[in-house]
Ligand binder design. Structure first.
Ligand code: ATP
Length: 514
């Protein structure tokens, strides 16, 4: 199965099992807008809880806020979003499809990188143990040729982005004969800038409505509250403010499911530090955040850092944490050292003093900021993609199983009476009652137990507990484990401790601080 097929199956699975639905599906959906279903919302809430606890509980100098989506319009003037929150877009005249020019070029570079990796893989197989990968990469003519092309494109690309040179961006696409994946032609328009902010109006038109924006990032809600939190929380630098909330971007290209949405959710933290200490904290947060991701146990090799090709004019360091999605390594989180840009801008536009008095240094200054910014939806997608497996079982049977980290599974325990009579449903209800105050539990009595197992496997439930006639005699049940499908018999009284140990958020949090 190709990666594309796997991805299609994953999207279908998300819909079939109540994880993600296209928004307003009865009207054929709305581009790049999605709704989370009964299982999706549980998984999403668990991701958010893990992030929130990791940031605000493991770090005693990080506190949270929940700012409004609507903000005073000057906020976006000050932050630079009104003038410069643009993507370079390009159209193919034949297919009438619109693309981000930068993404077309990034994909082009990725193709050369793929060619190189394929060449290395082939040689690895051919030469076996004696293979000297480093030497091969340095000397193989095909690799060198592809690396040279990739590097040529890369340096032109970085220069064009830094110079904001839209003509050169198009020229790269022309020179390397990039074709539209739909029409297969090279009939491109010029590259234009497109502002990604959604605008609406506040107040009724008769009393003079004001144009306002749906926030394209949550960060500005933190910057404008910097002093409120610092003063009321008596926070001392260094400290951080964390926030989870919706953000909106009128993305040019609506593809790849919940990877690129027009309404999405971010989990952001701004960490305020002394000027000059930002690089140290940048390193600290890179390390902390990567550990947060790796704790899921989806495979350490699926993550990598990717330093930005173009630094925003206010940033002095920026990197992405990328995850290997079915469509390649893609950004799930950005970590940026934003200097004092935002606070200085808000000071300038608001006319208010937004400085911090440092009692240790006995001086006032505008703090520098290191930010960590992660998309809930992209994290959701990365976890789903890495967890989804179609398994062939012995005896010709098969199952779809989601190997979700237990801590994140939408349902922790499914309770089944073996049959719908003889007092077994009543006994099963008792077991449900025992667990439901602490865990998300479902009760299911329909169909064969085998079919009930499959339903739970498909949504990633770690444990299924079956109540049978023996239960009535000795208070024992069978517990069946999702990944191994092993079953064991144990006392009802032992259930709570087993489930609790397996699904506790403490497991994930513990992996970050060790
Ligand atoms: P991209 O280059 O892919 O458009 P970005 O660099 O603009 O992303 P940031 O502004 O750094 O993204 O936003 C931080 C995080 O928010 C991203 O790492 C991503 O997880 C998430 N995010 C950004 N845009 C979207 C979107 N349109 N849909 C879903 N998540 C998004």
């Amino acid at each position: 199965m190709t990666q594309e097929d796997v991805f299609k199956k994953l999207v279908a699975h998300c819909k079939e099992y109540g994880f993600v639905f296209p928004s307003s599906g009865i009207y054929d959906g709305l581009g790049a807008v999605y709704d989370y279903g009964q299982n999706g919302v549980e998984l999403k809430n668990n991701i958010k809880r893990y992030w929130w606890e990791a940031m605000t509980m493991l770090n005693d100098n990080v506190v949270g806020i929940d700012a409004a989506i609507f903000m005073h319009p000057t906020t976006w003037k000050a932050s630079g979003h009104v003038d410069a929150f643009n993507d370079p877009l390009i159209d193919n005249r034949d297919s009438k499809k619109r693309y981000r020019a930068d993404v077309l070029i990034e994909d082009l570079m990725a193709k050369y990188e793929e060619k190189i990796e394929k060449e290395v893989d082939k040689a690895k197989k051919r030469f076996g143990e004696s293979f000297d990968e480093k030497l091969f990469r340095e000397t193989n003519p095909r690799i060198l040729e592809n690396a040279q092309k990739r590097n040529e494109i890369h340096s032109r690309f970085v220069k064009a982005l830094n110079d904001n040179d839209l003509i050169e961006l198009k020229q790269i696409i022309v020179d390397y004969e990039v074709v539209c994946p739909i029409s297969g032609t090279k009939n491109w328009t010029d590259v234009r800038q497109f502002n990604l902010m959604f605008a609406t109006e506040i107040g009724s038109t008769s009393d003079g409505a004001t144009k306002i924006y749906l926030r394209p990032e949550t960060a500005q809600g933190i910057f404008v509250n910097f002093l409120n939190v610092q003063k009321t929380g008596r926070m001392k630098i260094p400290f951080g403010i964390a926030q989870i909330g919706k953000a909106f971007r009128n993305e040019i290209v609506a593809r790849q499911f919940i990877f690129r949405m027009r309404e999405f959710e971010q989990m952001e933290m701004q960490f305020f530090v002394r000027p000059g200490e930002e690089m140290e904290w940048f390193k600290f947060w890179k390390n902390f955040r990567l550990k947060w991701h790796k704790a899921f146990g989806l495979g350490d090799h699926k993550y990598r850092f990717h330093d930005h090709d173009k630094l925003a004019h206010y940033a002095n360091a920026a990197t992405d944490i990328e995850f290997e999605m079915p469509f390649g390594f893609k950004e799930v989180e950005g970590i940026h050292s934003r200097t004092d840009f935002d606070l200085v801008q808000h000071e300038k536009y608001s006319g208010k003093n937004i400085k911090y008095f440092d009692p240790e240094l006995n001086e006032s200054y505008t703090p520098y900021v290191v930010e960590t910014s992660i998309g809930v939806d992209r994290t959701f997608l990365s976890i789903m993609a890495a967890s989804y497996e179609e398994q062939q079982l012995e005896g010709g049977d098969s199952r779809v199983v989601l190997h979700l980290p237990f801590e994140l599974s939408p349902v922790k325990v499914a309770v089944f009476p073996l049959v719908k009579k003889d007092g077994l449903p009543q006994k099963a209800e008792e077991v449900v009652k025992l667990l439901k105050f602490d865990f998300k539990v479902v009760y299911d009595e329909k169909d064969s137990v085998g079919k009930r197992y499959r339903r739970q496997d498909a949504i990633g439930t770690p444990f299924c507990v079956t109540i049978d006639h023996q239960t009535l005699e000795d208070d024992t049940v069978t517990i069946r484990h999702r990944d191994t499908m092993q079953q064991e018999r144990l006392k009802i009284g032992d259930l709570y401790a087993i489930v609790n140990e397996a699904v506790s958020m403490k497991n994930l949090l513990g992996k970050i601080v060790i």
